[in-house]
Design a protein around this ligand. Sequence first.
Ligand code: TXA
Ligand code: MG
Length: 336
Amino acid sequence: MKIVSTDNLDIQTVIEYFKKDVVVIPTETVYGLSASIYNEEALLNIFKLKRRPADNPLIVHVSSIDMLKTVIDGDIPKEYSKIIDKYWPGPISLLFKANKNVSKIVTAGLDTVLVRMPDNSTVLEIINKLNEPLATPSANISGRPSPSCIQHTIDDFGEDVHLYIDGGKCRVGLESTVFSYLSTPIILRPEGICIEQLEDLLSTNISVKYNFKKDKPDEICPGQKYKHYSPRNKFVLIMKDTEDITEFVKDFISCKKFAKIGILSHFNCKIRDKQFSNIEVYFLGSNNKEIASNLFRGLRKLDGHCDIIFTSGVSLEKEGEAVMDRMKKAAHHIIK
Ligand code: TXA
Ligand code: MG
């Protein structure tokens, strides 16, 4: 296994790895497990390594509009052109009708393809030189929190991946916004580019789709029906309107002994820790943007050694929508 930094990268060597197999790459959102969309063996290896169900399609990364045109069917819808002009390269993925030559392994048999242009100059250079789009889901085992630094992905895949490209801490820390205007405009996965920004840009109302129910199949965004982002140990989300979560934590753990308790604290989540014997607090941030960027890191950090982790909800402003989406999907238990 080789770990190379984006600072001294030999692009040609990276291309050689891509010809053979998968590579872990940094993006501005989270790290991705990446393979050329034309390398079917490597694509299948993505599913195997991530333990990803075969009906969950792969998001495609491109480095240019010309490359985008090779994977979609028909013209770029005019609403998408506005988004692309303003936000690409950047953390928003767009759903298109798929070109017939896109592998069914990528689309999981759907007639659509999800595409984005990542805001990472090294990755854009790699895609450009390779001259092939990259299928790149988040570089975590399915169901685990997405990786916002290289160590998270090494923790999940270890020696099973032969090349890891280290680009440091991901700037955004949560995955891209997923947006579709194939029928009505809808955000399928919220992130930092939020509903207000898109409504302003497109001068239309946009809905946001959530799907927290694992048993209810989701015909538009199949991946959303699986358990997401969860730490291995218990994660409890407190949705009460209070800054101090001490009483809720006390009530919740009263009937069961936990050796170590983790708290993901933030501006709306504090604890009078003197009451508990063995507690570790990880501070997520003093605004929604900081919390978005640190959430997965905090979950992974505490998950290593806490038996139960608590946090409380945030307001839905700006990145708050995305934060609440991820927290609710990760939670084993929500206190309402
Ligand atoms: O920021 C990101 O989007 C990261 C980085 C690495 O680019 N990638 C990422 O990929 O989050 P992934 O696979 O973890 O999440 C993509 C989501 C999945 O829920 C998947 O089901 C959905 O997008 N998706 C992919 N292709 C789709 C399609 N054709 N139709 C509907 N949903 C699709
Ligand atoms: Mg993912």
